[in-house]
Design a protein around this ligand. Structure first.
Ligand code: MG
Length: 414
């Protein structure tokens, strides 16, 4: 390992404050710390594409590239990622923490605390891990500390929750026949005919009865060993949330998700303190600073950061470590394609307090078909789990020939 000389450290820090000193320090580290045989890769380009979602590809001077994915908050992603170019091009893709921190701190006046900026940075960070793994010939889980488990348990979002749905039996059998050990339904219903007001989210008795009936129907229909979680989608007021959490108690849910909106941690804690239904949130919270108050106030039983938007794989691991200190498990939210899902699986293989990860592509049938063909390796879910591959990087490759033919797909335009 090369050493960082006192002189270069002095040069890096001398007389320059804030982001500028960090930028110079970062350059000094890269110039001085290349260990023997570490590939001297340089990033040459970064592009994004709409491939049933937001994908980033980072290119290098040696022909290697890395793939990353961001979700949900990435509507401005293509222009934001081009704004990151100056922090990427010419850098070594192996310095993932340094690049991440430089991009994050350079955006603090532009919304780098959450939202589109962080979700786009997330996609970039995942692409850097894929690239680092390919360059070093190691799977991402190995770079992140090694595996605690070989398979990542997945839960399947169910396509039904209604006893009057003619498709209900087929959807429930889909969960059972594909060996999933858990499923989830949404009980918030903007179109419930019992609603008195289209804007206000105080549920009346009839609405709450409808919610309870959905859960009762699912519990009656599922075998006992298939667990059930319920999502309220961050819509309702505090009183409704507490009433519903109480009504859910007999059903022994794995969790009740986002019973109130995510911004007010005291309200979330209020719900948690009122019930023994486990409360879960986190898909709309970003980075370790966003999660801090949730832990300190002990406002939840389970966290569900979205690893494709919360800041990336290492940020997800750090959030999980914070959660572990409070004896809280992590059950990530996920809408990702097999690229993001597999990247997430690598990280989760290294996390002791991992519980289960979401999967959202089972319906409609065309979406499941696309899932199975998205990467060359085919369906990455096997009997309700994702087996973590030993191949370098993420370990799966996009099926370009198939994906290019799908409507709306743009393939990394110049
Ligand atoms: Mg949710």
């Amino acid at each position: 390992m090369g050493s960082l000389s006192r002189r270069s450290l002095f040069r890096a820090g001398a007389g320059i404050a804030g982001a500028f000193s960090m930028q110079n320090l970062f350059a000094a580290v890269q110039d001085n710390s290349t260990p023997y045989q570490r590939p001297k890769l340089k990033i040459t380009d970064v592009k994004s594409a709409n491939i049933l979602g937001f994908h980033v590809r980072i290119y290098t001077d040696q022909g290697l590239y890395g793939d990353g994915e961001g979700v949900d908050a990435v509507s401005g992603g293509p222009s934001i990622v081009q704004g990151f170019r100056y922090s990427l091009v010419g850098q070594s893709p192996l310095n993932i923490e340094g690049i991440w921190e430089r991009i994050r701190t350079s955006g603090v006046f532009g919304g780098a605390q959450a939202g589109q900026y962080v979700a786009t940075l997330t996609a970039v960070e995942v692409a850097l891990w894929d690239l680092a793994g390919k360059a070093l010939n190691l799977p991402i889980y190995q770079l992140m500390g090694g595996k605690l488990r070989d398979r990542i348990r997945v839960y399947c979002d169910c396509g039904t929750d209604d006893r009057n749905d003619p498709q209900a039996k087929a959807y429930i059998n889909q969960v059972i026949d594909n060996h999933f050990t858990m499923t989830k339904i949404d009980i918030d219903d903007a179109a419930d005919p019992a609603r008195f007001d289209r804007v206000n989210w105080t549920a009346n008795n009839a609405e709450i009865d409808h919610m309870v009936d959905k859960v009762r129907f699912m519990r009656e229909s599922l075998p006992k060993n298939i667990e059930l979680a319920v999502d309220m989608h961050a819509r309702y007021d505090l009183g409704t949330a507490k009433r519903v959490a109480k009504e859910m108690e007999p059903f022994r849910l794995v969790w009740l998700e986002e019973p109130v909106p995510p911004e007010n941690i005291d309200a979330m804690k209020n719900v948690r303190d009122s019930t023994h239904t486990p409360i879960c949130c986190g898909e709309n919270i970003y980075m370790r600073w966003g999660f801090r108050e949730l832990f300190e106030k002990q406002a939840v039983d389970i966290i569900m950061p979205d690893i494709q938007k919360c800041g990336g794989l290492m940020e997800g691991k750090k959030i999980a470590a914070m959660a572990q200190a409070y004896y809280i498990p992590i059950a990530p939210h996920s809408q990702a394609s097999p690229i993001g899902a597999m990247a997430t699986a690598h990280m989760l293989a290294t996390v002791p307090n991992f519980l289960v990860v979401e999967w959202h592509w089972s319906h409609p049938a065309t979406r499941w078909e696309r899932w199975k063909n998205f990467v060359k390796q085919g369906d990455i879910i096997e009997k309700g789990d994702i087996p973590v591959p030993d191949k370098p990087g993420i370990g799966v490759e996009m099926n370009e020939e198939y994906l290019r033919k799908l409507p709306g797909v743009t393939w990394f335009p110049a």
